[in-house]
Design a binder for this molecule. Structure first.
Ligand SMILES: Cc1cc2nc3c(=O)[nH]c(=O)nc-3n(C[C@H](O)[C@H](O)[C@H](O)COP(=O)(O)O)c2cc1C
Length: 190
């Protein structure tokens, strides 16, 4: 049986990282389905920074299913629905705060909450700088609840010569955290 993941783009800068991770996830042969979520501001940041709309992302692959952020009746709202993990990329400080506080008011925060309670991988790619004490406390809180805190801090040791290479390398690291290791010539070799 193929694996099922959820990818959420929330309202922070860096939506191109989310686009690259979505492409990688959908292209991975072990993956059967990717549920795509965007918060209201996530849609706006996506359009501002990449010129893409939700329908463009959904067109990447037939494996991608988009659900509206307000659709709390979606399957991923329930722990009984089989899922293999979730990533928020980028993850806004607001989304982090809602997850840290257990406020499941929309599908993004509910699906993340389900991942934590079901002990499934939840990767949070926070994009905010500088960080205040509330952000730092929330990061520790979600870490202690089982989330993987993976801020949008790409590595430069592979000398990426384009933004796309940078986004794609980071996308590979996200897949690593979701247990989907891929061949990548840009891994560090001593
Ligand atoms: C254009 C734009 C850029 C933003 N960039 C960031 C950001 O980089 N990081 C962040 O934490 N919030 C950022 N925000 C604020 C969040 O989008 C806002 O707090 C929102 O309520 C977060 O909720 P969401 O995660 O459901 O989208 C930005 C907002 C806008 C309109």
């Amino acid at each position: 049986m193929g694996k099922r993941f959820t990818l959420a783009i929330t309202g922070a800068s860096g939506s191109a990282f989310g686009v690259a991770a979505l492409r990688r996830l959908a292209a991975n042969e072990a993956v059967e389905e990717v549920t795509l979520l965007l918060s209201v501001t996530g849609k706006r940041c996506l359009l501002d920074e990449t010129g893409l709309a939700v329908k463009d992302l959904a067109a990447f692959s037939p494996k991608i299913r988009h659900h509206d952020e307000r659709d709390l009746g979606a399957a991923i709202s329930s722990g009984s629905h089989r899922q293999d993990g979730m990533v928020l990329v980028p993850c806004s400080a607001g989304a982090l705060g809602r997850i840290a506080a257990g406020i499941s008011e929309g599908l993004v925060s509910r699906a993340a909450d389900v991942c934590l309670k079901e002990r499934r991988p939840l990767v949070l790619c926070l994009r905010e700088t500088p960080l205040n004490r509330i952000h730092l406390e929330n990061l520790l809180r979600v870490h202690d609840a089982g989330a993987i805190v993976m801020p949008l801090m790409p590595g430069f040791y592979a000398r990426p010569d384009t933004f796309e290479a940078l986004f794609d390398t980071f996308a590979t690291r996200i897949l690593d955290q979701l247990g989907l290791e891929e061949a990548d010539s840009r891994r560090w070799k001593a």
